[in-house]
Design a protein around this ligand. Sequence first.
Ligand SMILES: Nc1ncnc2c1ncn2[C@@H]1O[C@H](COP(=O)(O)OP(=O)(O)OP(=O)(O)O)[C@@H](O)[C@H]1O
Ligand SMILES: [Mg+2]
Length: 376
Amino acid sequence: MNPFKPTAGKMPPILIGRESVIRDFEEALNNGAGAPGRLMLISGQRGFGKTVMLTELGRIAKKHDWAVVSDTASDGLCERLVAALSSGGPRFGGATLNPSVGVGGMVSASLGSISISPNSTALTLREAIEAKLKRMPDGKGVLFTIDEAQAASEEDLVAVATAIQHVLRDEDMRDVPDARKHGVAFVFAALPSMIDEVLNNKVLTFLRRSQQRMLAEVPLADVRAAYVDVVRESGKHISQEDALAAARAAAGYPYMVQLVGYYMWQSAERRGSSLIERSDVERGADDAVLAFGEAVCAPIMDGLTPAQREFVKAVAADSPDPAAVADIARRCNRSSSWVSKYRASLIKEHVVEAAGKGYVRLSTPHMADYLRGSSW
Ligand SMILES: Nc1ncnc2c1ncn2[C@@H]1O[C@H](COP(=O)(O)OP(=O)(O)OP(=O)(O)O)[C@@H](O)[C@H]1O
Ligand SMILES: [Mg+2]
């Protein structure tokens, strides 16, 4: 069976280059309430491994006998968290609680000068978490993993923040040694754009204080070593040099690591060979770039406005060199204010990035190649 897993959210055969996040989280579970790693905001571009990180942290929490509740942010997040907590236990719901107990006062007291309407969801969530904790053994707790957190509504995030603060305080007030207190941990995964939002948002102070970890490219040497090991375990063989060539083609992009691996392995398999040769690596890399274009570049272009696309194509014309802002204006036949407007909007969405004064380049690898061969 092909050991590589180029599928969104699918655990790779080896999770490369993420040891420090995993270690921080595991230590936070062991270090008790208040450990910074119990509130984490993991950010990264599409295909950098946010979802599989959440899966891995959930696995670790379970290994430590914690309960794990996983969700993907969208409308109704808090209600779903409450439902997940309550399954097999007492039922909760807005109707059975008195909304006038409103936590509104506490929200504005603890989170600063905000006027979000009192929200019974926070209270319900708090009750549901506390009921769940009561059923947990001493010293254990609940981990929540929330994927695609950039899509969460501010209301849901405030409700979560309020619930966490009260649960932590109530737990603090319990008259038992720290080691026996129950814990809560929250790990959010989001696109990088959420970091700017959190930093500029007065309401989300709890996320500003969270431990923020940006998933970066995975190191070349680690990718090479992973290729050699994974291929060997699958019953095939690849030389160090060819594994390095494959790692170079993946350029540190976790999703590309799986794509290149998958297609080079497939190429050798189709020849009926247990040796992955240089030609397999080359074919694998070509197939991977095509698949990457369809899976990553196409959806990015799809999500842009026509003007943004025009800008991106003008940048791509110079790729792999950065494009001068003045050249973009000329190519698109637009004013410099048009250029600065779309430059700013595309930088915010991490589609292009600044490359020195007056220059920009595309943020996504292979985007220019993809655009050359496509009809955008
Ligand atoms: N550390 C890693 N080492 C090797 N492969 C990885 C690593 N992290 C993720 N992958 C692989 O990369 C691909 C994308 O992973 P994942 O779906 O978790 O990314 P993501 O950041 O959640 O993407 P999106 O923003 O599109 O949801 C998967 O095929 C996965 O197996
Ligand atoms: Mg994901």
